[in-house]
Design a protein around this ligand. Structure first.
Ligand code: SAH
Length: 269
């Protein structure tokens, strides 16, 4: 189990790199850099794309991913299960770990740079800058029933930095809720598309002006949202210019496949 980092292939750890170089099989999520897969794997590696890969709607059921892990491991192959960002943040790693332990298959867990850390660094936002925030929370609001009113009230009032994964589809509603619950006017919001990739774009507003400036926006996937006083620091410390591109960095493997995987077999798409 290894994290690939948020996009920039150079954010892969040396340990993940070492495992990738040895792997017979790499079972890979969509949010993993194609460049990293191409550069850092063996010529004869078998790359198995899973998750929302083959099209935007088709996604591999978790049970099928578990079966793939078992199938290749029981053939004695060295399998790297490569996940975007860190292996444990908003992922189904627990299911996969249970499958491996039930079948007594040895594994190692290699962490990765999670999107919150990659996006914060590449947008120039120190997540717990002294004098701004003493904590950071990793959250998701991908459906509105996930966070109840009392928790949303707490989010509006805390000075912790809030980082939302998988939440750009519900962003207007989230901001509305935070405003209703009295979020302070010195809080900012940074919406970071395709962080750490050549297509990175940061959209940046005082939270009280977000809805008048950006309600109804649709963002390129993947998108991470940072809310808090620290988000204002992007204006002074952002160092990477916006690409202003709407191109997608994480293309499904079925699209990228033919050219990228000349010698690398990909059995699913
Ligand atoms: N395990 C991953 C997160 C998986 S959930 C990690 O640790 O980063 C997928 C969500 O992560 C996306 O919807 C998005 O909110 C966020 N994400 C992942 N990569 C990203 C990137 N390069 N830029 C912005 N957000 C990203």
């Amino acid at each position: 189990m290894a994290g690939a980092g948020p996009g920039d292939p150079e954010l892969l750890t040396l340990k993940t790199l070492r495992w990738l170089r040895q792997a017979d099989v790499v079972i890979v999520d969509r949010l993993v850099s194609r460049e990293a897969l191409q550069e850092y794997t063996r010529e004869d590696v078998l790359i198995v794309p899973v998750g929302k890969q083959c099209s935007d709607t088709a996604s591999t059921p978790q049970s099928a991913i578990n079966d793939l892990l078992l199938q290749y491991a029981s053939q004695g192959k060295l399998v790297v299960r490569l996940k975007g960002g860190d292996v444990s943040i908003f992922s189904n790693v627990l299911d996969e770990l249970k499958t491996l332990t039930e079948h007594q298959i040895d594994y190692e867990i290699v962490p990765g740079v999670t999107a919150a850390l990659g996006a914060a660094a590449y947008a120039g936002i120190p997540l717990t800058a002294r004098g701004y925030s003493t904590a950071v929370r990793m959250l998701t609001h991908y459906k509105s029933t996930l966070l109840d009113e009392s928790y949303l009230r707490d989010l509006a009032r805390t000075d912790d930095t809030l980082v939302f994964y998988m939440s750009s589809g519900n962003l207007d509603q989230l901001v509305e809720k935070l405003l209703q619950h009295g979020i302070a006017a010195d809080k900012w919001i940074a919406v970071i598309e395709q962080a750490t990739t050549p297509q990175q774009n940061v959209h940046h507003y005082p939270i009280h002006t977000y809805l008048e400036n950006a309600a109804g926006s649709s963002y390129a996937s993947p998108t991470l949202i940072i809310i808090g006083k620290v988000a204002a620091l992007h204006a002074s410390f952002g160092w990477l210019p916006n690409s202003n591109s709407r191109e997608h960095y994480f293309t499904p493997l079925s699209v990228a496949g033919a050219d990228l995987y000349n010698n690398k077999k990909s059995p699913i798409c």
